[in-house]
Design a protein around this ligand. Sequence first.
Ligand code: AMP
Length: 193
Amino acid sequence: MPFNVVFFGPPAAGKGTQAKIMEEKYGLVQLSTGDMLRTQAAAGTELGIQARDLMNQGKLVPDEVVIGMIAHCIDNLEQPKGFIFDGFPRTVAQAQALDHMLGDRGQQIDLVMELKVNDDILIERVEKRAKEEGRMDDTVDAMKTRLEQYRNYSAEVLPYYRAQGDIFVINGMNSIEEVTAQIETILARDLAA
Ligand code: AMP
């Protein structure tokens, strides 16, 4: 039975980095709506062009856009081990849609991990990433909006998941290796159960 995990946390918390490590180690499949949108924007598709302005301002793209992309992946990708949802869901409507999509396939979200990082460290990381990757939304202004958005949507999405069960809080300020070790402890216990 596939095991589905949500990585929840602010921008630059390390969700993508850790999801990729878990993908390699455990064969889980990472689904990052941010990566998918950046691919669409780079390819110049209509969807990508529409999303790009919102992304550059640090605002959320409409629910139906990201839900549609995730639905497409769930319908078409092999996932014998399960998915890691990275940067999705960001609204309660997205979380509900995800529950329905998985429920239709006899699956569910089995684990939610919240990566916590202080704002000043997030801003430092984004400044560094801007130099390395040149992401259009890694600017001080966009980051302010992204952090504000995060505060708003986490106040809705986290209680939604809390009502379904435990959320595991991870200290995302530790080193990459330490964060991986924390995640693995929780994952190993749940996968063994
Ligand atoms: P990320 O790479 O997860 O930080 O996402 C980059 C940007 O893509 C966000 O600031 C949003 O503009 C957009 N985005 C990614 N995932 C979502 C989502 N689940 N809901 C709405 N917008 C999203």
